[in-house]
Design a binder for this molecule. Structure first.
Ligand code: FAD
Length: 285
């Protein structure tokens, strides 16, 4: 299908993008890589009157280490994240997830900011963002603010972003002490999106006891979630395969599960446990 007609504006700075969005009073949308927005336009599931292209804003590109976190600019592509030596060294599970997004074309065009802002329930990065307690920097008419990912993603394709807000970056904290993490995914065979995707982080103390455990799950229902029941079953226990096996059985205790033609709700519940177990096993330090 052909999209409805729209005007096109190219912002030179984040401030200008915010002002353009504000001047069109909810009728405009940000354009980043276009890999989710353009299909929606073509299907006429959304019909903004204006697209504000932020693709030329240099400030939104790149990855930097700031203290104990890696800050990924909103326009950084999945391919850049996957290939980044800094990401691979400090947060290998983030590189691992970025490497599994869609196909080569999608990874070369799709952006981290667009992925988080779109809040597709089957996207990969939200699971990693949840497991790492990522923080989203947003610029809006009132200035910049930081929003924890758990307060940012509110539902399917629904976020805390206002109509004139732009995602500037996503900060991924680097866990402290001795830890490991992993991302495990069951990809949809056609699209590559997650039918189930699990990001896990396990930190242990010197005696081998789990002192920190975080699990983010995506793809199985309306929105990604933190599997806090699983985490509670891990913390304070020895970092063993048996402990992991028991904890992973709680993966479907939270979250909202749904089924479709490809995978029933029951199957997704099953996958949540299997992929949680796999991600946790690989996260045992
Ligand atoms: C065939 C195909 C397969 C895919 N497979 C996967 C997959 O396996 N896993 C996965 O996670 N993703 C997948 N994707 C999605 C892809 O990874 C992109 O991340 C995603 O399309 C959004 O990023 P984008 O830069 O293209 O955003 P766009 O399409 O430009 O924008 C998407 C939405 O976010 C808003 N937006 C974008 N950037 C910002 C910003 N900086 N501030 C505020 N709002 C913003 C837009 O207004 C729009 O509403 C796939 C896409 C396709 C087409």
């Amino acid at each position: 299908m052909i999209p409805a007609s729209f005007a096109y504006e190219r912002a030179q700075s984040v401030r200008e993008a915010v002002e353009l969005l504000e001047s069109h009073q909810g009728e405009a949308k940000v354009l980043s890589g276009g890999h989710s927005l353009i299909p929606l336009l073509k299907l006429r599931l959304t019909s903004p009157t204006v697209l504000v292209d932020i693709g030329g804003i240099a400030e939104l590109k790149g990855i930097s280490a700031e203290g104990d976190r890696l800050v990924v600019g909103a326009l950084t592509t999945h391919a850049e994240v996957a290939a980044s030596p800094e990401v691979r060294r400090h947060l290998p599970l983030l590189a691992e997830a970025a490497r599994q997004v869609g196909d080569l074309q999608v990874r070369n065009r799709g952006t981290v900011g667009g992925n988080i802002a779109h809040a597709d329930p089957a996207s990969d990065l939200p699971a990693v963002a949840l497991a790492l307690d990522a923080v989203i920097t947003v610029e809006g008419p009132a200035g910049r603010s930081e929003v924890p990912v758990e307060d940012f993603i509110l539902g399917p394709l629904l976020t805390a972003l206002g109509g004139s807000d732009v995602v500037v970056s996503v900060a991924f904290p680097i866990p402290k002490g001795k830890w490991k993490g992993a991302y495990e995914k069951y990809p949809h065979p056609a699209s590559g999106y997650a039918v189930a995707g699990v990001a896990a982080v396990i930190g242990v103390d010197d005696g081998g006891t789990i002192r920190d455990a975080r699990v983010g799950i995506t793809g199985v229902g309306d929105m990604p979630y933190r599997a806090r029941d699983v985490e509670a079953a891990l913390v304070g226990n020895p970092a063993t395969e048996e402990v992991v096996r028991r904890a992973a059985e709680r993966a479907d205790a939270e979250g909202s599960f749904s089924g479709d033609l490809f995978a029933s709700e029951d199957y997704r519940r099953h996958l949540s446990k299997v992929y949680t177990r796999r991600a946790l096993m690989r996260s045992l330090p």
